[in-house]
Design a protein around this ligand. Structure first.
Ligand code: FAD
Length: 605
């Protein structure tokens, strides 16, 4: 397994040059502490922890996996020490309010931390990752007493959190949830039911685990309108904050799964477990969206992390492995054969990984700024600002989750391909990245569900296309002046065309869907992927523009970096973006070729 090196030059290019994080933080109330020196120290310290402590446990964690014994789960060797180091560094509460034990820094810095942690060791990062979702839910929807009781130890990392939605009969369609919550007359409830696939449901990293659980109150309406949200602690909490009795919520089994073996995936049994309502009765799913949105962006990070980790491995291998001679003539005469990277097809693979990792990261860092503005509005009690940014983030979230995880998985597969047969052999670590990346397109809403959320809900139902119009307006604003620059002209024109086409496609699909509703479902995957390629084109144009500007200013010692960035942008526009055209064509077809064949005719004996 190749060692993980945090790509700090890349990160600084995005933060300091393309997205101007220093100016962004200077304009935020929450950003006053995030001075360039502090940000630099955070990146360096986090990189050190990830490279030296967390990443080395990635492969051994996969080999050992989590162990289950009589309801207890043991994480792989070294995980506890690494988690303790993570907690001691105050990393869990980096972006959470000071009054609840956090450091109060902008949420974007938290995302950058998550990226480093998740790329170093995704299964490890899931423990604090799930806690973050629980923290966000309690912060947004909990009452003050709940915040004091649960949020503070979660923020300090002493306790961990989970998200208990899925049941055997339903994962996507949570309207089918059966777990019940019966009021006890003293403000508490007793929960009964079984949840499956619960990440971090049980483990040995923390003294307590706080489950955030979807359940039904007696007489609740059927479907999604009858679901409420509860806090269920593994150990109840005494008035003084000390741990009380063991609550009857327990892990019945660990799932045996394809990848992320060091992350515990648990069957959780609630046998009359004490729980407390969070938010209003029957509004559980709305509250849970807080959790899900942050979890979706968290999962998009997994896409970028898989791409980056696989790229680092593949690049190193392509430099050291030799095979045949380059078609354009011998490159390394003194060697028995040329290195892999001299071959066009290997370069295609490496550059595909590169533009996915770098473009995906850039989209995430840009979305993180939107999240900062959204939180700023929330903390100031300015709900209009909050909602405006929430809408913008809500539009890009399914694109990030859906498209970046699909592309991250592609990049992981390419990593294995670059290694040839050795990629399939465990010791090289590339097959682990593929196995681990595979889940990213499934949990937190499958890719299909992201497509439906984007096209059906965010674009057609909620905004009648306005979400696309808003996003593409920014594309026009940025691309238009760049048409005048010879080096960027072609790409800028392409982005202008994409902006027009994206709107046109939206209108066409809206009209079709009026006549044939199923079109939303038959077109949503293509619409999602098209949107992803368009958004990536936009961010690659921005990166290329910054690189060109720097080169014009002299470029100093980084000239090679900027030239490589421009070359990568060329590769993206020439070689990856054309995939968007196929999606555009496909999405406009009638639903007929998918829907007209009866299911009995799908296969014949
Ligand atoms: C390793 C792992 C960790 C997980 N962690 C958690 C966790 O911590 N907490 C938690 O609550 N859950 C967790 N899950 C569950 C996960 O979120 C669900 O598996 C996922 O949401 C899909 O639900 P499902 O498996 O029931 O699939 P289904 O909902 O049965 O879907 C099956 C297929 O049908 C498609 N489909 C379903 N409905 C529609 C529709 N209306 N239109 C079009 N297509 C549709 C889906 O896209 C999918 O391809 C985890 C799962 C795994 C494997």
């Amino acid at each position: 397994m190749p060692a993980y090196k945090v790509p700090q030059r890349e990160m600084r290019f995005l933060m300091n040059e393309v997205l101007d994080y220093p100016a962004h933080y200077a304009g935020l109330a929450q950003g006053s502490e995030a001075t360039p020196d502090v940000v630099e120290a955070i990146v360096q310290e986090c990189a050190k922890l990830c490279e030296e402590v967390v990443a080395p446990l990635y492969q051994s964690g996969d080999e050992q996996g989590c162990q289950f014994n009589a309801g207890e789960v043991t994480t792989p060797q070294g995980f506890r020490e690494a988690y303790d180091a993570f907690v001691a560094g105050g990393w869990q509460g980096l972006s959470h309010p000071v009054e609840y034990g956090g450091q109060g820094l902008p949420i974007s810095l938290g995302l950058i931390k998550q990226e480093m942690l998740g790329t170093a060791n995704w299964p490890f990062s899931m423990y604090p990752g799930l806690s973050l979702g629980a923290m966000n839910t309690i912060l947004m929807h909990g009452d003050e007493a709940q915040k004091q009781t649960y949020l503070v130890p979660l923020t300090e990392g002493r306790w961990a959190g989970t998200m208990c939605l899925t049941e055997p009969q339903c994962g996507t369609d949570l309207g089918q949830v059966k777990t019940t919550a019966t009021p006890q007359g003293d403000g508490s409830y007793r929960l009964n039911g079984t949840k499956i696939f619960i990440s971090s449901g049980e483990h040995d990293l923390t003294e307590n685990i706080i489950h955030i659980v979807l359940a039904r109150l007696p007489d609740a309406p059927k479907g999604t309108r009858g679901i409420s949200l509860f806090i269920v602690p593994k150990f109840t909490v005494n008035a003084d904050g000390s741990l009380g009795e063991r609550n009857p919520v327990s892990c019945g089994a660990l799932e045996k799964k394809m990848g992320i073996k060091a992350s515990s995936t648990c069957v959780m049994n609630f046998d009359g477990a004490e729980g407390y309502l969070i938010g209003e009765p029957n509004k559980g799913l709305e509250c849970m969206f807080t959790f899900m949105n942050s979890a979706r962006i968290g999962t998009a990070i997994q896409g970028v992390g898989s791409a980056e980790r696989a790229y680092q491995g593949a690049l190193a291998y392509a430099k050291e492995r030799r095979s045949m001679r380059a078609l354009s003539g011998t490159k390394e005469r003194e060697q028995i054969a040329d290195s892999l990277h001299h071959h066009g097809d290997v370069r295609r693979m490496l550059l595909t990984q590169k533009v996915i990792a770098e473009g995906g990261r850039a989209l995430l860092y840009e979305a993180a700024q939107k999240a900062d503005f959204m939180i700023e509005g929330l903390l100031a009690g300015d709900m209009r600002t909050y909602e405006a940014w929430d809408d913008k983030l809500g539009f890009i979230t399914p694109i990030l989750k859906g498209c970046l995880t699909e592309l991250g998985l592609e990049s992981a597969n390419i990593g294995m391909q670059v290694f040839g047969g050795h990629g399939y052999i465990r010791e090289h670590g590339m097959e682990q990245i593929v196995r681990d990346a595979r889940i990213s397109t499934l949990y937190e809403g499958t890719t299909g569900i992201q497509g439906l959320d984007l096209l059906g809900r965010k674009v057609l139902l909620l905004t009648q296309g306005k979400a696309v119009r808003q996003y593409t307006r920014d594309m026009l604003k940025v691309a238009l002046p760049l048409v005048k620059q010879p080096r960027l002209r072609r790409h800028a024109l392409t982005v202008l065309k994409l902006a027009a086409q994206w709107n046109w496609l939206t209108v066409r699909i809206a009209l079709k869907a009026r006549k044939e509703r199923e079109v939303v479902s038959t077109a949503c995957h293509d619409f999602l992927m098209y949107s992803g390629y368009a958004a990536l084109a936009f961010i690659w144009l921005k990166m290329a523009a910054k690189a060109a500007e720097r080169l014009e200013q002299g470029g100093e010692q980084s000239a090679d970096f900027y030239r490589a960035k421009l070359a990568s942008a060329d590769f993206y526009f020439e070689r990856l973006l054309p995939r968007g055209k196929a999606h555009a064509q496909s999405m406009l077809k009638n639903a007929q070729s998918l829907m007209s064949t009866p299911i009995e005719h799908f296969a014949f004996d």
